[in-house]
Ligand binder design. Structure first.
Ligand code: PSV
Ligand code: MN
Length: 427
């Protein structure tokens, strides 16, 4: 299924007058504060969020999975789904593949399909947290950190194979997340596990093409419940520093212990020039993989305040970082959920762009705590949705992506095409 431009235009025509009123009002409001709305809109248009190939179907938990209808049955259909998202919001212009869930068997055709929908390929992800059919050695007790050199070699080779797949598609990064760790005290040696992992990562690093990067993702716990080899940003950074300049830290918002100050982690990583990018999601308890901004929007805003600061300090544009969603949709339509996540990301980014940095610095320099808080909250409490809608409209997308998705009956059309009982690959 494809959404045609005329459908988007018709939808926008219907909403234009009300949207324009809101946009003009916001523009005036910001103008009074010396902020150019057009510049914020331009920055929003440039901000692209990659969609994970593993999040286009219904998610599940260990208690079950309630598949929705019309889920993509192949890589091609997944790319088509991302094409639908991008047509609607013009902010989801790339897809991140997880191997072997999504092996590009015919790379040329895959690239052709993607580029016909305006999509490129983001980081490729390796998977050594599950055993695959016909796999020689098991990852039950680890992969890159395993005590058996044979298992480590198998996991290294898998990562190198993933790089090869990525090269064929024009990806420029390998994303590594290890579930390696232990479930019980005494089960493994922390030091040996670290050293084996480092050696394995060094072999993978050596196989990276010149213009590639490796993203090292950390996670506090799960599926191992006592220790995880790369459990926090500090260990991830340590691996990256030991590996070299092509290795950077990937922050997944759900991978911290409760109440971690993620914005401070982000500031530190950016100060060191070692932030690769993000896996966006939201959570209340653990790695809940909920819709971005659905639980802690203020935290997301504070993270974006640091991101904007860091990008300005480093003089780097938003396109030089890897922005990805890593979410699961247990009860929502996956595509609607992804549209909501992308919108939430853009809203937080827009709010962060409104922060009066000069005034904030001034307030900090005289320890005016009240004013500093007020400056941040003024930005956070501004309704920036008209700016996000304007960015999508100017880029050729819909003013209300979820509204149009429902209006044209995307899901029922996909169910007609693909059937009501389909299960996409992923977790
Ligand atoms: C692990 O929880 C993770 O965040 C990693 O990014 C994996 O690649 C992905 O989820 C798998 O769903
Ligand atoms: Mn992740």
């Amino acid at each position: 299924m494809k959404i045609e431009q005329y459908q988007i235009d018709q939808h926008n025509d219907g909403l234009l007058s009300s949207h324009n009123n809101q946009y003009v009002y916001t523009k005036e409001l910001l103008g009074e504060q010396g902020i150019y709305a057009d510049e914020v809109v331009k920055a929003l248009q440039d901000f692209q969020v990659a969609i994970p190939s593993w999040a286009l179907g219904t998610g599940g938990t260990r208690f079950g999975r309630f598949s929705g209808g019309g889920e993509p049955r192949s890589l091609e259909e997944k790319i088509e789904d991302v094409g639908l998202l991008h047509a609607l919001n013009r902010s989801s212009g790339s897809i991140s593949l997880h191997i072997p869930w999504d092996i590009p068997e015919q790379p040329k055709e895959t690239i052709q399909l993607a580029s016909s929908l305006g999509l490129t390929f983001d980081a490729v992800n390796s998977n050594t947290f599950q055993d695959q059919k016909n796999q020689e050695l098991s990852y039950k007790f680890g992969s890159l950190s395993h005590v058996d050199a044979g298992v480590r070699k198998q996991a290294v080779n898998h990562n190198i194979e993933v790089i090869k797949y990525g090269e064929q598609l024009g990806s420029k990064a390998l994303s590594v997340w290890l579930s390696d760790g232990s479930c019980f005290p005494g089960q493994s040696s922390f030091v040996k596990a670290f050293q084996y992992t480092l050696e394995s990562l060094q072999e993978i690093y050596a196989a990276l093409p010149d213009d590639w990067k490796v993203y090292v993702e950390y996670k506090a716990y799960e599926p191992n419940f006592y220790s995880t080899v790369i459990q926090d940003w500090g260990s991830s950074l340590l691996f990256c520093q030991k590996l070299g300049p092509k290795a950077d830290v990937l922050v997944d918002l759900g991978h911290h212990l409760p109440n971690a100050n993620i914005e401070q982690i982000v500031a530190t990583l950016m100060m060191e020039g070692r932030l690769a990018g993000f896996h966006f999601n939201d959570s209340k308890y653990g790695d809940d993989d909920l819709t971005v901004g659905s639980i802690r929007p203020y935290m997301l805003f504070l993270i974006f305040v640091e991101l904007v600061d860091g990008m300005r300090r480093a003089n780097r544009g938003s396109s030089s970082y890897a922005w990805m969603i890593d979410a699961s949709h247990n009860v929502k339509d996956p595509l609607e959920d992804l549209l909501q996540s992308v919108e939430a990301i853009l809203i937080s980014y827009a709010e962060a762009l409104l922060v009066d940095r000069k005034k904030l610095e001034q307030a900090r320099s005289v320890n005016d705590v009240v004013l500093a808080q007020q400056i941040l909250q003024n930005a956070f409490r501004t309704d920036v949705r008209p700016l996000v809608r304007e960015a999508m409209r100017q880029s050729g997308g819909a003013i209300d992506p979820v509204g149009l998705f429902r209006q044209v009956g995307v899901r029922s059309e996909l169910m007609n095409e693909r059937g009501k009982i389909t299960v996409a690959t992923g977790l």
